[in-house]
Design a binder for this molecule. Structure first.
Ligand SMILES: *[C@@H]1O[C@H](CO)[C@@H](O)[C@H](O)[C@H]1NC(C)=O
Ligand SMILES: *[C@@H]1O[C@H](CO)[C@@H](O)[C@H](O)[C@H]1NC(C)=O
Ligand SMILES: [Zn+2]
Length: 426
């Protein structure tokens, strides 16, 4: 029986791979990061910053985290081909750097427990496979959302707001203790960037807490919730099956490179600073604003509820920041101080992980076409990007043992947003 099941599962995977849309130079091989390292280099002044920029361009290095200022590190993924040369160049320039991850593939192999057996056990016991001890595939997450909608029909509504490029449903969970849906609402999305696995984990944890923990009933009394745990399911699946470090969507671009950066694809100041028209770039902004079916579906859905939704939170990793618009330039909304006060109040709830609060372009770097800017632009007053843990020790490859601590640390901060908007008229 078990063997038969296993065969069925594998042949399904095989069929899906075979029928997926084809690129001209289609190679759906599994990408190995054997020998790749994560380096963290810290420039101390303009000369050193420019030197690092030059190196990044010369070797087309992938940046995991940008340097914020002098004495703030830049995290770089370094292929084994360049390590010897780069060591010499950095030593020559006397720029301090640290090897954060010595072998990326080992780090990836150890990130997520091997759950094949316990998964079956969970399904028999709870009718779903979700837990917060490991990172789950889209099927497990969607199975859990369906389970919740079936089990708590008066509280949970599962809304499919469209389909991804590869045809997966785009699910938003509506959690409301009243059927009318006229309370002020909080929107939370996760998984906009595929490789930021902690983000869907936190989003699903929030859903679990709001729906299945009776003590949290007070968080539903005066507020409705719209939570989309996986905004970019194609990319998320791709990170599980083919390339752990994939960031973008999986749309065809007409070049050898696929996907756009969904967080550069929203229609406010689209195509501005911190974006790229290069289809192979990690920050490719797409052919036009909302070119990706995922961002288009989200914008249509949120636009239709722009009067009801008072808080927009989008979950990313990593760095431990609460970021306030605008992101497209170092510019501050007229009500920036109110947004800052609320973010500070939320950040004060965190116990285990310390978050830095500030304007995103100022604190990090300008990046146009972000979802938080767009949400702010359509009148959602309290719009934030959350960069979850950690601060760079593991980066995107945060071991599964961190899921529960990060989730438990984050959840209490939501109370601050609830209290703020509970009494707002809609
Ligand atoms: C930059 O910092 C390094 C290390 O402190 C120093 O040796 C170098 O002279 C500095 N360059 C400039 C232009 O200040
Ligand atoms: C899962 O199994 C693989 C292959 O045996 C192993 O390399 C990896 O370290 C295991 N991962 C964990 C987190 O135990
Ligand atoms: Zn992100």
């Amino acid at each position: 029986m078990t063997l038969l099941l296993a065969i069925a599962v594998f042949s399904c995977v095989f069929v899906v791979c075979q029928t997926a849309p084809q690129d001209q130079s289609w190679t759906e091989d599994v990408v190995s990061y054997s020998g790749f390292q994560l380096w963290s280099a810290t420039p101390r002044n303009k000369t050193e910053r420019e030197f690092l920029l030059k190196i990044r361009q010369d070797y087309e290095l992938e940046v995991w985290r940008e340097s914020r200022s002098d004495n703030s590190p830049v995290d770089l993924l370094i292929s084994p081909d360049f390590q010897t040369e780069l060591k010499l160049r950095l030593a020559d320039a006397q720029i301090p750097y640290e090897v954060k991850i010595a072998d990326m593939q080992t780090e990836i192999n150890n990130e997520n427990p091997n759950i094949t057996d316990s998964g079956t056990e969970f399904e028999n016991r709870f009718s779903h496979k979700m837990d917060w001890n490991s990172y789950h595939r889209v099927d497990d997450i969607y199975g859990y959302l369906n389970y919740l909608a079936d089990t708590y029909p008066r509280l949970v509504q599962l809304v499919s707001i469209g389909s991804s490029y590869e045809g997966r449903p785009l699910y938003v969970v509506r959690i409301s203790s009243s059927s009318s849906g006229t309370k002020p609402a909080i929107w939370i999305d996760g998984g906009i960037h595929a490789r930021e696995w902690i983000s869907p984990a936190v989003a699903t944890y929030i859903i679990q807490q709001l729906v299945e923990v009776a003590d949290n009933e007070r968080l539903l009394r005066n507020v409705d919730w719209y939570i989309m745990p996986v905004m970019n399911p194609d990319g998320y699946e791709y990170t599980h099956v083919n390339n752990r470090l994939w960031r973008k969507t999986r749309s065809m671009t007409g070049s050898r490179c696929r996907g756009a950066d969904p967080n550069r694809n929203f229609g406010y100041e689209w195509g501005g600073k911190g974006t790229s028209r290069d289809k192979c770039s990690e920050i490719y902004h797409g052919a036009n604003a909302f070119s990706e079916p995922e961002t288009r579906a989200v914008s249509n859905f949120i636009s239709g509820k722009a009067n009801q939704i008072k808080v927009y939170l989008t979950l990313h990793s990593y760095g431990q920041y609460l970021l306030i618009p605008w992101g497209y330039a170092v510019k501050f909304p007229a009500d920036y101080d109110e947004m800052l006060d609320l973010a500070k109040a939320a950040a004060s709830k965190f116990r285990r992980y310390k978050y830095t609060v500030g304007n995103s372009a100022d604190l990090l770097y300008p990046a146009a076409g972000g979802s938080d800017d767009w949400a702010k632009s359509i009148g959602i007053k309290y719009s934030y990007t959350v960069e979850l843990a950690d601060t760079g020790r593991h980066g995107f490859i945060l071991p599964a043992s961190f899921i529960q601590p990060v989730c438990e640390d984050f959840f209490p901060a939501l109370e601050v947003f609830v209290d703020k908007v509970a009494t707002v008229k809609v």
